[in-house]
Design a binder for this molecule. Structure first.
Ligand SMILES: Nc1nc2c(c(=O)[nH]1)N[C@@H](CN(C=O)c1ccc(C(=O)N[C@@H](CCC(=O)O)C(=O)O)cc1)CN2
Length: 286
């Protein structure tokens, strides 16, 4: 058996094409959505991701505001740019690219953002709204995963989802989305303190691997017929991505989201969706 591919590139392209129409409709009503990004430091991966976000904006007609600081920037300098983005009327939504350099208090930076402009859905107010079930921008990678499964017809309702990794952008928040009544999944969150990871993985109908540990999910850990989403990014000595999922899993799983080409492009598409939805919320139809 060879798994069917959960094609993030093609799905993201479809979402971007839908968003292009929504942006045009907003502009016809005099609303111009604009995405701001704050990049601190010169990590090549982060630079590439931010550049990709602005390429996407150009593609769908969203404006771009790019702010950069060196990796020597202080907490105060970073917070000053956050305040500027909060006050900039051209910036209708923005993100602070993560991770921030060592020594910077990321939570303080995120808390300072205007929650109404939080395009990543990572502000404590928006995570709280998600807990309460109130409309809010949703974290992009978890939302991208749900959308990727939904658009490929993978059953989420009643599924047992095992998530590996408890980072802020994926593992911590994905359970909040998947356990909503609309998704109705049962979620187990595994991390470095989990005693028998293989035993947990073998129970899963859906595996979300977001640990950043190369090939932590092995073929023998996967129930035949499961859907497996590879989210972790490590690099080999040539800079090539090595995911969290061993290539042999393709012979056991029914569905596989590859890496690259799976969840990454979905993260970018759902970021644009947050920007569009924030602008739509701020400018309700007459
Ligand atoms: N503020 C945020 N920071 C980070 C987030 C986030 O959602 N918000 N997630 C990641 C990085 N990320 C977006 O910022 C991101 C990662 C990967 C991709 C992507 O399209 N990857 C490609 C492969 C690219 C390559 O070859 O390196 C793919 O998967 O096909 C997009 C966005 C951490 N920081």
């Amino acid at each position: 058996m060879s798994a069917q591919i959960l094609d993030g590139k093609a799905t993201a392209a479809a979402i971007k094409s839908e968003l292009t129409e929504r942006v045009q409709a907003l502009k016809a009503r005099g609303v111009a959505p604009g995405l701001g990004t704050l990049l601190v430091g010169d990590d090549p991966g982060s630079k590439w991701y931010v550049a990709g976000k602005h390429r996407d904006c150009a593609q769908v007609g969203i404006g771009s505001i790019q702010r950069e600081l060196p990796d020597t920037a202080t907490q105060e300098e970073i917070e000053a740019v956050v305040r500027e983005l909060n006050d900039d009327p051209a910036c209708t939504g923005y993100i602070v690219q993560l991770p921030l350099p060592k020594g910077i208090d990321t939570n303080r930076v995120l808390e300072l953002m205007d929650p109404a402009k939080d395009a990543d859905g990572l502000h404590p107010t928006n995570l709280g709204r998600l807990v309460l079930g109130v409309a809010a921008p949703l974290p992009c990678t978890p939302n991208g995963i749900v959308e990727l499964l939904r658009r490929h017809g993978v059953a989420i309702n009643g599924a047992h989802v095992v998530v590996v990794g408890r980072g802020i952008t994926v593992g911590r928040s994905i359970g909040l989305l998947l356990t909503r009544k609309s998704e109705n999944a049962t979620v187990t969150l595994c991390h470095t303190g989990t005693r028998d990871l293989s035993a947990q993985l073998r129970q899963a109908d859906i595996i979300v691997a977001a640990a950043g540990v190369p090939h932590i999910v092995k073929p023998e850990d996967v129930k035949p017929g499961a859907a497996v989403l590879d989210v972790g990014v490590s690099r080999d000595e040539h800079g090539k991505i090595v995911g969290d999922v061993h290539p042999g899993v393709a012979e056991v799983a029914a569905w596989l989201s590859p890496n690259p080409g799976g969840v990454g492009p979905m993260t970018r598409a759902l970021l644009l969706q947050n920007v569009v939805e924030t602008a739509e919320r701020a400018a309700p139809r007459a």
